[in-house]
Design a protein around this ligand. Structure first.
Ligand code: ADP
Ligand code: MG
Length: 524
Protein backbone atom coordinates (compact mmCIF):
# COMPACT_ATOMS: atom_id res chain seq x y z
CA UNK A 1 0.00 0.00 0.00
CA UNK A 2 1.19 3.45 -0.87
CA UNK A 3 -0.19 6.89 -0.45
CA UNK A 4 -1.28 8.37 -3.73
CA UNK A 5 1.21 11.21 -3.41
CA UNK A 6 4.00 8.78 -4.24
CA UNK A 7 2.90 8.33 -7.83
CA UNK A 8 3.84 11.79 -9.00
CA UNK A 9 0.34 12.77 -10.02
CA UNK A 10 -0.88 16.24 -10.82
CA UNK A 11 -2.10 18.12 -7.74
CA UNK A 12 -5.62 18.38 -9.16
CA UNK A 13 -5.84 14.64 -9.59
CA UNK A 14 -4.46 14.06 -6.12
CA UNK A 15 -7.02 16.42 -4.72
CA UNK A 16 -9.83 14.52 -6.41
CA UNK A 17 -8.55 11.26 -4.97
CA UNK A 18 -8.40 12.79 -1.51
CA UNK A 19 -11.92 14.17 -1.86
CA UNK A 20 -13.11 10.70 -2.78
CA UNK A 21 -11.80 9.52 0.56
CA UNK A 22 -9.12 7.24 -0.82
CA UNK A 23 -6.19 7.26 1.54
CA UNK A 24 -4.03 4.42 0.36
CA UNK A 25 -3.84 2.74 -2.97
CA UNK A 26 -5.08 -0.81 -3.31
CA UNK A 27 -2.61 -3.51 -4.40
CA UNK A 28 -3.75 -3.51 -8.03
CA UNK A 29 -3.50 0.28 -8.08
CA UNK A 30 0.01 0.05 -6.63
CA UNK A 31 1.08 -2.16 -9.44
CA UNK A 32 -0.90 -0.77 -12.33
CA UNK A 33 -0.60 3.00 -11.89
CA UNK A 34 3.19 3.27 -12.38
CA UNK A 35 3.11 1.00 -15.43
CA UNK A 36 0.19 2.90 -16.91
CA UNK A 37 1.92 6.20 -16.28
CA UNK A 38 4.89 5.04 -18.31
CA UNK A 39 2.51 4.73 -21.20
CA UNK A 40 2.94 1.00 -21.50
CA UNK A 41 0.28 -1.49 -22.48
CA UNK A 42 -1.04 -3.33 -19.51
CA UNK A 43 -3.00 -6.39 -18.50
CA UNK A 44 -4.43 -6.03 -15.03
CA UNK A 45 -5.93 -8.93 -13.20
CA UNK A 46 -7.61 -8.62 -9.85
CA UNK A 47 -10.89 -9.71 -8.44
CA UNK A 48 -14.03 -7.64 -8.14
CA UNK A 49 -14.02 -4.75 -5.76
CA UNK A 50 -10.28 -4.22 -5.67
CA UNK A 51 -10.34 -0.79 -7.24
CA UNK A 52 -9.56 -1.56 -10.86
CA UNK A 53 -11.49 1.47 -12.07
CA UNK A 54 -9.22 3.90 -10.30
CA UNK A 55 -6.22 1.78 -11.29
CA UNK A 56 -6.76 2.82 -14.90
CA UNK A 57 -8.81 5.94 -14.21
CA UNK A 58 -6.14 7.78 -12.26
CA UNK A 59 -3.32 7.49 -14.82
CA UNK A 60 -5.79 8.19 -17.60
CA UNK A 61 -7.10 11.39 -16.05
CA UNK A 62 -3.56 12.41 -15.20
CA UNK A 63 -2.44 11.98 -18.77
CA UNK A 64 -5.17 13.81 -20.68
CA UNK A 65 -4.52 17.35 -21.81
CA UNK A 66 -7.37 19.48 -20.63
CA UNK A 67 -7.32 21.60 -23.77
CA UNK A 68 -8.06 18.54 -25.84
CA UNK A 69 -11.33 18.70 -27.77
CA UNK A 70 -11.26 15.30 -29.38
CA UNK A 71 -12.12 11.88 -28.03
CA UNK A 72 -8.73 10.71 -26.86
CA UNK A 73 -9.73 7.84 -24.60
CA UNK A 74 -12.16 5.00 -24.88
CA UNK A 75 -13.26 2.75 -22.04
CA UNK A 76 -15.31 -0.30 -22.90
CA UNK A 77 -17.50 -1.97 -20.28
CA UNK A 78 -19.83 -4.94 -20.51
CA UNK A 79 -23.09 -3.39 -19.33
CA UNK A 80 -24.82 -0.11 -18.89
CA UNK A 81 -24.72 -0.45 -15.10
CA UNK A 82 -20.99 -0.84 -15.16
CA UNK A 83 -20.57 1.89 -17.73
CA UNK A 84 -22.49 4.22 -15.42
CA UNK A 85 -20.47 3.14 -12.42
CA UNK A 86 -17.17 3.64 -14.19
CA UNK A 87 -18.36 6.96 -15.63
CA UNK A 88 -19.22 8.20 -12.16
CA UNK A 89 -15.79 7.30 -10.85
CA UNK A 90 -14.05 8.90 -13.84
CA UNK A 91 -16.16 12.00 -13.39
CA UNK A 92 -15.12 12.26 -9.76
CA UNK A 93 -11.45 11.67 -10.52
CA UNK A 94 -11.47 14.29 -13.26
CA UNK A 95 -13.51 16.90 -11.45
CA UNK A 96 -10.82 19.31 -10.41
CA UNK A 97 -8.89 18.92 -13.58
CA UNK A 98 -12.05 19.55 -15.56
CA UNK A 99 -11.97 16.41 -17.64
CA UNK A 100 -15.07 15.83 -19.76
CA UNK A 101 -16.34 12.27 -19.98
CA UNK A 102 -19.51 10.71 -21.30
CA UNK A 103 -21.10 7.31 -20.78
CA UNK A 104 -22.64 5.73 -23.86
CA UNK A 105 -24.83 2.69 -23.44
CA UNK A 106 -27.79 0.94 -24.90
CA UNK A 107 -31.24 1.77 -23.69
CA UNK A 108 -30.52 5.44 -23.30
CA UNK A 109 -31.93 7.90 -25.79
CA UNK A 110 -29.40 8.15 -28.60
CA UNK A 111 -30.34 11.76 -29.28
CA UNK A 112 -29.43 12.64 -25.73
CA UNK A 113 -26.11 10.92 -26.21
CA UNK A 114 -25.48 12.83 -29.41
CA UNK A 115 -26.12 16.04 -27.51
CA UNK A 116 -23.61 14.91 -24.89
CA UNK A 117 -21.09 14.22 -27.63
CA UNK A 118 -21.34 17.81 -28.84
CA UNK A 119 -19.79 18.93 -25.58
CA UNK A 120 -16.56 17.39 -26.81
CA UNK A 121 -15.85 14.79 -24.18
CA UNK A 122 -12.30 13.56 -23.99
CA UNK A 123 -13.25 10.20 -22.56
CA UNK A 124 -16.04 7.93 -23.73
CA UNK A 125 -17.16 5.11 -21.48
CA UNK A 126 -19.33 2.77 -23.42
CA UNK A 127 -20.75 -0.65 -24.01
CA UNK A 128 -19.50 -2.17 -27.25
CA UNK A 129 -22.83 -2.50 -29.03
CA UNK A 130 -23.94 1.06 -28.54
CA UNK A 131 -20.47 2.31 -29.35
CA UNK A 132 -20.68 0.58 -32.69
CA UNK A 133 -24.07 2.17 -33.28
CA UNK A 134 -22.52 5.58 -32.84
CA UNK A 135 -19.50 4.71 -34.92
CA UNK A 136 -21.78 3.60 -37.73
CA UNK A 137 -23.80 6.78 -37.45
CA UNK A 138 -20.53 8.69 -37.47
CA UNK A 139 -21.49 10.41 -34.26
CA UNK A 140 -18.38 8.98 -32.66
CA UNK A 141 -15.06 8.74 -34.41
CA UNK A 142 -12.08 7.05 -32.96
CA UNK A 143 -9.32 8.50 -35.14
CA UNK A 144 -7.78 10.46 -32.30
CA UNK A 145 -8.03 7.89 -29.56
CA UNK A 146 -4.72 7.45 -27.76
CA UNK A 147 -5.81 5.25 -24.88
CA UNK A 148 -8.14 2.27 -24.88
CA UNK A 149 -9.29 0.46 -21.78
CA UNK A 150 -11.11 -2.83 -21.83
CA UNK A 151 -12.74 -3.08 -18.44
CA UNK A 152 -14.04 -6.39 -17.11
CA UNK A 153 -12.84 -8.01 -20.28
CA UNK A 154 -13.81 -11.54 -19.27
CA UNK A 155 -17.38 -10.44 -18.81
CA UNK A 156 -17.48 -8.67 -22.12
CA UNK A 157 -16.37 -11.81 -23.87
CA UNK A 158 -18.80 -13.88 -21.84
CA UNK A 159 -21.54 -11.69 -23.11
CA UNK A 160 -20.53 -12.31 -26.66
CA UNK A 161 -18.91 -8.97 -27.39
CA UNK A 162 -15.75 -10.39 -28.97
CA UNK A 163 -16.71 -9.41 -32.52
CA UNK A 164 -17.84 -5.95 -31.52
CA UNK A 165 -14.67 -5.32 -29.53
CA UNK A 166 -12.50 -6.45 -32.40
CA UNK A 167 -14.40 -4.27 -34.83
CA UNK A 168 -13.97 -1.27 -32.56
CA UNK A 169 -10.30 -1.85 -31.85
CA UNK A 170 -9.56 -2.04 -35.55
CA UNK A 171 -10.83 1.53 -35.87
CA UNK A 172 -8.51 2.93 -33.23
CA UNK A 173 -5.07 4.16 -34.33
CA UNK A 174 -2.39 1.58 -33.71
CA UNK A 175 -0.23 4.12 -32.01
CA UNK A 176 -1.96 4.05 -28.65
CA UNK A 177 -1.89 2.71 -25.13
CA UNK A 178 -4.15 -0.25 -24.46
CA UNK A 179 -5.04 -1.55 -21.02
CA UNK A 180 -7.08 -4.62 -20.34
CA UNK A 181 -8.60 -5.36 -16.96
CA UNK A 182 -10.23 -8.59 -15.99
CA UNK A 183 -10.95 -10.68 -12.93
CA UNK A 184 -10.02 -13.87 -14.77
CA UNK A 185 -7.70 -14.65 -17.65
CA UNK A 186 -9.29 -17.36 -19.73
CA UNK A 187 -7.69 -18.26 -23.02
CA UNK A 188 -9.92 -16.03 -25.13
CA UNK A 189 -8.79 -13.00 -23.15
CA UNK A 190 -5.19 -13.96 -23.66
CA UNK A 191 -5.84 -14.21 -27.38
CA UNK A 192 -7.53 -10.85 -27.45
CA UNK A 193 -4.59 -9.36 -25.59
CA UNK A 194 -2.15 -10.93 -28.03
CA UNK A 195 -4.02 -9.48 -30.93
CA UNK A 196 -4.45 -5.94 -29.66
CA UNK A 197 -1.88 -5.20 -26.97
CA UNK A 198 1.76 -4.44 -27.60
CA UNK A 199 4.28 -5.99 -25.30
CA UNK A 200 1.96 -5.61 -22.32
CA UNK A 201 3.09 -5.69 -18.73
CA UNK A 202 1.04 -8.22 -16.81
CA UNK A 203 0.13 -7.09 -13.32
CA UNK A 204 -2.02 -9.20 -11.09
CA UNK A 205 -3.17 -9.46 -7.56
CA UNK A 206 -4.39 -12.86 -6.63
CA UNK A 207 -5.47 -13.17 -3.06
CA UNK A 208 -5.53 -16.54 -1.42
CA UNK A 209 -8.83 -16.77 0.31
CA UNK A 210 -11.98 -16.99 -1.64
CA UNK A 211 -14.43 -15.04 0.36
CA UNK A 212 -14.26 -12.02 2.50
CA UNK A 213 -13.14 -12.47 6.07
CA UNK A 214 -14.98 -9.25 6.84
CA UNK A 215 -18.25 -10.91 6.03
CA UNK A 216 -19.77 -12.88 8.83
CA UNK A 217 -21.37 -15.83 7.10
CA UNK A 218 -24.10 -17.93 8.65
CA UNK A 219 -26.99 -20.10 7.62
CA UNK A 220 -30.36 -20.92 9.05
CA UNK A 221 -31.93 -24.27 8.40
CA UNK A 222 -35.68 -24.06 7.92
CA UNK A 223 -38.54 -25.23 5.81
CA UNK A 224 -39.63 -23.40 2.73
CA UNK A 225 -42.87 -22.27 4.35
CA UNK A 226 -41.01 -20.76 7.32
CA UNK A 227 -38.79 -18.60 5.21
CA UNK A 228 -40.85 -15.46 5.08
CA UNK A 229 -41.47 -15.34 8.80
CA UNK A 230 -37.78 -16.00 9.40
CA UNK A 231 -36.89 -13.19 7.03
CA UNK A 232 -39.08 -10.66 8.83
CA UNK A 233 -37.70 -11.69 12.17
CA UNK A 234 -34.16 -11.53 10.92
CA UNK A 235 -34.67 -8.03 9.57
CA UNK A 236 -36.29 -6.95 12.82
CA UNK A 237 -33.59 -8.53 14.92
CA UNK A 238 -30.67 -7.18 12.95
CA UNK A 239 -32.18 -3.90 11.76
CA UNK A 240 -29.86 -3.61 8.78
CA UNK A 241 -28.93 -0.20 7.39
CA UNK A 242 -29.23 -1.57 3.90
CA UNK A 243 -30.00 -5.16 3.04
CA UNK A 244 -30.06 -7.09 -0.19
CA UNK A 245 -32.26 -10.17 -0.25
CA UNK A 246 -31.69 -12.68 -2.99
CA UNK A 247 -34.49 -14.68 -4.46
CA UNK A 248 -34.08 -17.33 -7.06
CA UNK A 249 -36.58 -16.22 -9.66
CA UNK A 250 -38.23 -13.06 -10.89
CA UNK A 251 -41.54 -14.26 -9.55
CA UNK A 252 -39.95 -14.84 -6.20
CA UNK A 253 -38.50 -11.36 -6.14
CA UNK A 254 -41.83 -9.78 -7.02
CA UNK A 255 -43.71 -11.76 -4.43
CA UNK A 256 -41.16 -11.11 -1.73
CA UNK A 257 -40.93 -7.39 -2.35
CA UNK A 258 -44.69 -7.10 -2.24
CA UNK A 259 -44.99 -9.23 0.87
CA UNK A 260 -42.37 -7.16 2.67
CA UNK A 261 -44.15 -3.96 1.72
CA UNK A 262 -47.39 -5.36 3.08
CA UNK A 263 -45.65 -6.03 6.35
CA UNK A 264 -44.50 -2.45 6.49
CA UNK A 265 -40.90 -2.67 5.29
CA UNK A 266 -39.53 -0.26 2.72
CA UNK A 267 -38.57 -2.83 0.15
CA UNK A 268 -38.43 -2.99 -3.62
CA UNK A 269 -37.58 -5.64 -6.15
CA UNK A 270 -34.93 -5.58 -8.87
CA UNK A 271 -34.87 -7.96 -11.79
CA UNK A 272 -34.58 -8.09 -15.51
CA UNK A 273 -38.23 -7.61 -16.33
CA UNK A 274 -38.23 -4.07 -15.09
CA UNK A 275 -37.68 -1.28 -17.56
CA UNK A 276 -34.39 0.53 -17.30
CA UNK A 277 -36.16 3.48 -15.85
CA UNK A 278 -37.66 1.37 -13.11
CA UNK A 279 -34.34 -0.23 -12.41
CA UNK A 280 -32.60 3.10 -12.15
CA UNK A 281 -35.31 4.32 -9.84
CA UNK A 282 -35.02 1.36 -7.54
CA UNK A 283 -31.25 1.65 -7.43
CA UNK A 284 -31.38 5.37 -6.75
CA UNK A 285 -33.79 4.84 -3.86
CA UNK A 286 -31.61 2.10 -2.47
CA UNK A 287 -28.47 4.17 -2.73
CA UNK A 288 -30.00 7.18 -1.05
CA UNK A 289 -31.59 5.05 1.63
CA UNK A 290 -35.23 5.77 0.86
CA UNK A 291 -35.68 2.02 0.65
CA UNK A 292 -33.60 -0.13 2.93
CA UNK A 293 -34.35 -3.55 1.57
CA UNK A 294 -33.56 -4.47 -2.00
CA UNK A 295 -34.93 -7.80 -3.19
CA UNK A 296 -33.05 -9.02 -6.23
CA UNK A 297 -32.21 -11.88 -8.49
CA UNK A 298 -28.58 -12.90 -8.77
CA UNK A 299 -28.05 -11.39 -12.09
CA UNK A 300 -29.73 -8.09 -11.32
CA UNK A 301 -27.56 -7.36 -8.32
CA UNK A 302 -24.20 -8.53 -9.53
CA UNK A 303 -21.40 -6.10 -9.57
CA UNK A 304 -23.44 -3.30 -8.16
CA UNK A 305 -21.28 -1.35 -5.84
CA UNK A 306 -23.52 0.16 -3.21
CA UNK A 307 -21.69 1.20 -0.13
CA UNK A 308 -23.27 0.65 3.23
CA UNK A 309 -24.95 -2.67 2.52
CA UNK A 310 -24.77 -4.26 5.96
CA UNK A 311 -26.66 -7.46 5.21
CA UNK A 312 -27.08 -9.95 2.46
CA UNK A 313 -29.78 -12.53 2.95
CA UNK A 314 -30.01 -15.50 0.64
CA UNK A 315 -33.70 -16.19 0.85
CA UNK A 316 -33.06 -19.00 -1.60
CA UNK A 317 -29.81 -20.90 -1.68
CA UNK A 318 -27.83 -20.02 -4.79
CA UNK A 319 -27.18 -22.68 -7.36
CA UNK A 320 -23.42 -22.49 -7.45
CA UNK A 321 -20.59 -21.38 -5.19
CA UNK A 322 -19.71 -18.64 -7.59
CA UNK A 323 -23.13 -17.07 -7.19
CA UNK A 324 -22.86 -17.42 -3.46
CA UNK A 325 -19.57 -15.58 -3.41
CA UNK A 326 -20.91 -12.87 -5.66
CA UNK A 327 -24.00 -12.39 -3.63
CA UNK A 328 -22.31 -12.07 -0.28
CA UNK A 329 -19.74 -9.80 -1.88
CA UNK A 330 -22.43 -7.12 -2.12
CA UNK A 331 -21.77 -6.49 1.56
CA UNK A 332 -18.50 -5.99 3.37
CA UNK A 333 -17.39 -3.62 0.67
CA UNK A 334 -14.54 -1.16 0.97
CA UNK A 335 -13.25 -2.71 4.15
CA UNK A 336 -16.52 -2.47 6.03
CA UNK A 337 -18.05 -5.35 7.89
CA UNK A 338 -21.07 -7.18 6.64
CA UNK A 339 -23.29 -10.09 7.54
CA UNK A 340 -24.51 -12.76 5.17
CA UNK A 341 -27.34 -15.10 6.08
CA UNK A 342 -28.41 -18.01 3.96
CA UNK A 343 -31.69 -19.86 4.28
CA UNK A 344 -31.30 -23.54 3.64
CA UNK A 345 -34.02 -26.15 3.54
CA UNK A 346 -33.18 -29.60 4.92
CA UNK A 347 -32.84 -31.08 1.46
CA UNK A 348 -30.37 -28.38 0.50
CA UNK A 349 -27.90 -28.98 3.29
CA UNK A 350 -25.61 -31.07 1.10
CA UNK A 351 -25.50 -28.31 -1.40
CA UNK A 352 -24.59 -25.82 1.28
CA UNK A 353 -21.69 -28.04 2.35
CA UNK A 354 -20.59 -28.17 -1.23
CA UNK A 355 -20.54 -24.37 -1.33
CA UNK A 356 -18.52 -24.36 1.87
CA UNK A 357 -16.04 -26.75 0.40
CA UNK A 358 -15.52 -24.85 -2.80
CA UNK A 359 -15.33 -21.46 -1.14
CA UNK A 360 -13.16 -22.94 1.60
CA UNK A 361 -15.10 -21.09 4.17
CA UNK A 362 -17.16 -22.43 6.99
CA UNK A 363 -20.63 -21.04 7.20
CA UNK A 364 -21.83 -20.95 10.79
CA UNK A 365 -25.16 -22.46 11.66
CA UNK A 366 -27.51 -20.15 13.51
CA UNK A 367 -30.92 -20.87 14.95
CA UNK A 368 -34.03 -19.35 13.46
CA UNK A 369 -34.51 -15.95 15.11
CA UNK A 370 -37.19 -16.13 17.75
CA UNK A 371 -40.10 -13.78 17.97
CA UNK A 372 -38.65 -12.41 21.20
CA UNK A 373 -35.35 -11.60 19.50
CA UNK A 374 -37.18 -9.91 16.67
CA UNK A 375 -39.18 -7.77 19.04
CA UNK A 376 -36.12 -6.95 21.06
CA UNK A 377 -34.29 -5.88 17.94
CA UNK A 378 -37.09 -3.58 16.87
CA UNK A 379 -37.44 -2.09 20.32
CA UNK A 380 -33.76 -1.41 20.47
CA UNK A 381 -33.97 0.58 17.27
CA UNK A 382 -36.92 2.58 18.62
CA UNK A 383 -35.09 3.31 21.84
CA UNK A 384 -32.05 4.45 19.88
CA UNK A 385 -34.21 6.79 17.82
CA UNK A 386 -35.78 8.23 20.95
CA UNK A 387 -32.41 8.78 22.59
CA UNK A 388 -31.10 10.44 19.49
CA UNK A 389 -33.95 12.96 19.57
CA UNK A 390 -33.27 13.50 23.23
CA UNK A 391 -29.60 14.10 22.63
CA UNK A 392 -30.14 16.49 19.78
CA UNK A 393 -32.66 18.40 21.82
CA UNK A 394 -35.30 18.12 19.14
CA UNK A 395 -38.26 17.61 21.41
CA UNK A 396 -38.97 20.92 23.03
CA UNK A 397 -42.35 21.53 21.46
CA UNK A 398 -43.59 18.26 22.99
CA UNK A 399 -42.65 19.07 26.52
CA UNK A 400 -45.91 20.78 27.44
CA UNK A 401 -47.94 17.81 26.31
CA UNK A 402 -45.60 15.46 28.14
CA UNK A 403 -46.06 17.35 31.39
CA UNK A 404 -49.83 17.32 31.15
CA UNK A 405 -49.90 13.59 30.29
CA UNK A 406 -47.60 12.82 33.18
CA UNK A 407 -49.95 14.56 35.56
CA UNK A 408 -52.56 11.95 34.76
CA UNK A 409 -50.55 8.80 34.02
CA UNK A 410 -47.72 6.75 35.32
CA UNK A 411 -44.47 7.60 33.50
CA UNK A 412 -43.45 4.02 32.73
CA UNK A 413 -46.81 3.15 31.21
CA UNK A 414 -46.86 6.32 29.26
CA UNK A 415 -43.41 5.89 27.79
CA UNK A 416 -44.13 2.23 27.00
CA UNK A 417 -47.26 3.23 25.09
CA UNK A 418 -45.34 5.86 23.15
CA UNK A 419 -42.60 3.35 22.32
CA UNK A 420 -45.17 0.87 21.13
CA UNK A 421 -46.63 3.44 18.82
CA UNK A 422 -43.18 4.33 17.50
CA UNK A 423 -42.04 0.78 17.01
CA UNK A 424 -45.11 0.17 14.92
CA UNK A 425 -46.79 -3.09 15.56
CA UNK A 426 -46.05 -5.65 12.98
CA UNK A 427 -48.89 -5.87 10.56
CA UNK A 428 -50.23 -9.36 10.89
CA UNK A 429 -50.95 -9.88 7.27
CA UNK A 430 -50.99 -13.43 6.03
CA UNK A 431 -48.38 -13.90 3.38
CA UNK A 432 -48.38 -16.76 0.94
CA UNK A 433 -45.40 -17.23 -1.34
CA UNK A 434 -45.19 -19.63 -4.21
CA UNK A 435 -42.72 -22.31 -3.10
CA UNK A 436 -39.47 -22.78 -4.98
CA UNK A 437 -37.94 -26.18 -5.59
CA UNK A 438 -34.94 -26.96 -3.43
CA UNK A 439 -31.50 -26.81 -4.97
CA UNK A 440 -29.81 -30.14 -4.86
CA UNK A 441 -26.19 -31.10 -4.86
CA UNK A 442 -25.38 -31.72 -8.42
CA UNK A 443 -24.38 -34.85 -10.16
CA UNK A 444 -21.49 -35.03 -12.50
CA UNK A 445 -22.68 -33.63 -15.70
CA UNK A 446 -21.62 -33.29 -19.27
CA UNK A 447 -19.30 -30.53 -20.29
CA UNK A 448 -20.94 -27.16 -19.91
CA UNK A 449 -19.38 -26.14 -23.14
CA UNK A 450 -22.17 -27.95 -24.84
CA UNK A 451 -24.27 -24.97 -23.87
CA UNK A 452 -22.16 -22.98 -26.24
CA UNK A 453 -20.47 -20.90 -23.61
CA UNK A 454 -17.48 -21.36 -21.53
CA UNK A 455 -18.13 -22.11 -17.92
CA UNK A 456 -18.32 -18.87 -16.09
CA UNK A 457 -14.90 -18.92 -14.60
CA UNK A 458 -13.28 -21.47 -12.43
CA UNK A 459 -16.46 -22.10 -10.61
CA UNK A 460 -18.21 -22.77 -13.81
CA UNK A 461 -18.06 -26.47 -13.47
CA UNK A 462 -19.19 -26.30 -9.92
CA UNK A 463 -20.42 -29.57 -8.71
CA UNK A 464 -19.46 -31.29 -11.82
CA UNK A 465 -16.18 -32.83 -12.52
CA UNK A 466 -13.64 -30.12 -12.12
CA UNK A 467 -11.45 -31.34 -14.88
CA UNK A 468 -9.29 -29.06 -16.90
CA UNK A 469 -9.98 -26.37 -14.40
CA UNK A 470 -7.32 -24.42 -12.77
CA UNK A 471 -7.49 -24.53 -9.00
CA UNK A 472 -10.31 -22.22 -8.14
CA UNK A 473 -8.37 -19.82 -6.06
CA UNK A 474 -5.76 -19.13 -8.64
CA UNK A 475 -7.68 -16.58 -10.59
CA UNK A 476 -9.79 -14.84 -8.17
CA UNK A 477 -10.30 -15.77 -4.66
CA UNK A 478 -9.63 -12.95 -2.47
CA UNK A 479 -11.28 -10.98 0.07
CA UNK A 480 -14.18 -9.90 -1.95
CA UNK A 481 -15.67 -13.01 -3.07
CA UNK A 482 -13.62 -14.51 -5.75
CA UNK A 483 -15.80 -13.23 -8.42
CA UNK A 484 -15.58 -13.36 -12.07
CA UNK A 485 -16.71 -9.99 -11.30
CA UNK A 486 -19.45 -7.66 -11.71
CA UNK A 487 -21.99 -9.62 -13.39
CA UNK A 488 -24.57 -6.95 -13.29
CA UNK A 489 -23.41 -6.50 -16.76
CA UNK A 490 -25.31 -9.54 -17.64
CA UNK A 491 -28.50 -7.83 -16.99
CA UNK A 492 -27.20 -4.69 -18.49
CA UNK A 493 -27.42 -6.75 -21.53
CA UNK A 494 -26.24 -6.50 -25.01
CA UNK A 495 -26.63 -2.82 -24.96
CA UNK A 496 -27.51 -1.89 -28.48
CA UNK A 497 -29.83 -4.77 -28.71
CA UNK A 498 -31.56 -3.99 -25.52
CA UNK A 499 -33.03 -0.83 -26.89
CA UNK A 500 -35.26 -3.13 -28.79
CA UNK A 501 -37.00 -6.12 -27.24
CA UNK A 502 -35.46 -5.05 -24.07
CA UNK A 503 -37.00 -6.49 -21.04
CA UNK A 504 -36.41 -10.03 -21.99
CA UNK A 505 -32.97 -10.07 -23.34
CA UNK A 506 -31.32 -7.89 -20.90
CA UNK A 507 -30.91 -10.32 -18.16
CA UNK A 508 -30.31 -13.25 -20.28
CA UNK A 509 -26.84 -12.28 -21.37
CA UNK A 510 -25.89 -15.90 -21.28
CA UNK A 511 -25.15 -16.72 -17.75
CA UNK A 512 -24.09 -20.28 -18.05
CA UNK A 513 -25.94 -21.63 -15.12
CA UNK A 514 -24.76 -25.16 -14.79
CA UNK A 515 -27.37 -27.86 -14.78
CA UNK A 516 -30.23 -25.93 -13.43
CA UNK A 517 -33.54 -27.51 -13.77
CA UNK A 518 -35.42 -24.28 -13.78
CA UNK A 519 -36.09 -22.46 -16.96
CA UNK A 520 -33.33 -19.90 -17.34
CA UNK A 521 -35.67 -17.11 -18.11
CA UNK A 522 -37.36 -17.28 -14.78
CA UNK A 523 -34.04 -16.98 -13.03
CA UNK A 524 -32.85 -13.60 -13.94
P1 ADP B 1 -13.38 -3.39 -9.36
O1 ADP B 1 -13.51 -2.71 -10.69
O2 ADP B 1 -12.01 -3.95 -9.12
O3 ADP B 1 -14.45 -4.39 -9.11
P2 ADP B 1 -14.05 -0.79 -8.30
O4 ADP B 1 -13.13 0.00 -9.12
O5 ADP B 1 -15.49 -0.79 -8.67
O6 ADP B 1 -13.54 -2.30 -8.21
O7 ADP B 1 -13.86 -0.33 -6.77
C1 ADP B 1 -14.66 -0.81 -5.72
C2 ADP B 1 -14.90 0.28 -4.70
O8 ADP B 1 -13.71 0.63 -4.02
C3 ADP B 1 -15.42 1.57 -5.32
O9 ADP B 1 -16.45 2.06 -4.51
C4 ADP B 1 -14.22 2.49 -5.30
O10 ADP B 1 -14.62 3.84 -5.24
C5 ADP B 1 -13.51 2.04 -4.04
N1 ADP B 1 -12.04 2.29 -4.08
C6 ADP B 1 -11.22 2.15 -5.14
N2 ADP B 1 -9.95 2.43 -4.81
C7 ADP B 1 -9.96 2.76 -3.51
C8 ADP B 1 -8.93 3.19 -2.57
N3 ADP B 1 -7.66 3.28 -2.94
N4 ADP B 1 -9.32 3.45 -1.32
C9 ADP B 1 -10.62 3.33 -0.94
N5 ADP B 1 -11.63 2.95 -1.76
C10 ADP B 1 -11.30 2.66 -3.03
MG1 MG C 1 -14.64 -2.88 -12.25
Amino acid sequence: MKTFSEFGLEPKVLRAITEMGFEESTPIQDKAIPVAMEGRDLIGQAQTGTGKTAAFGIPLINKIDIKEERIVALIMCPTRELAIQVAEEIEKLGRFKGIRSLPIYGGQDIVKQIRGLRKKPQIIIGTPGRLLDHINRKTIKLDDVQTVILDEADEMLDMGFMDDIQAILKLVPEERQTMLFSATMPINIQKLAQQFLRNPEHVSVIPKQVSAPLIDQSYIELHERQKFEALCRLIDMESPDLAIIFGRTKRRVDELAEALQKRGYTAEGLHGDLSQNQRDNVMRKFRDGSIDVLVATDVAARGLDVSGVTHVINFDLPQDPESYVHRIGRTGRAGKEGAAYTFVTPREIDHLHFIEKITRHRITRKPMPSLAEAIEGKQKVTAERVLEILQNDEHNEYKGLAISLLEQHDSVHLLAAALKLLTGDKKEIEIELTPEDPIRAKKRRPDVRSSGRRPSGPFGTAGGARRNDRPYDRDRGGYRGGGGGDRSRRDGGRDNRDTRGRSDNRDRGGYSRPSNRTNEETLV
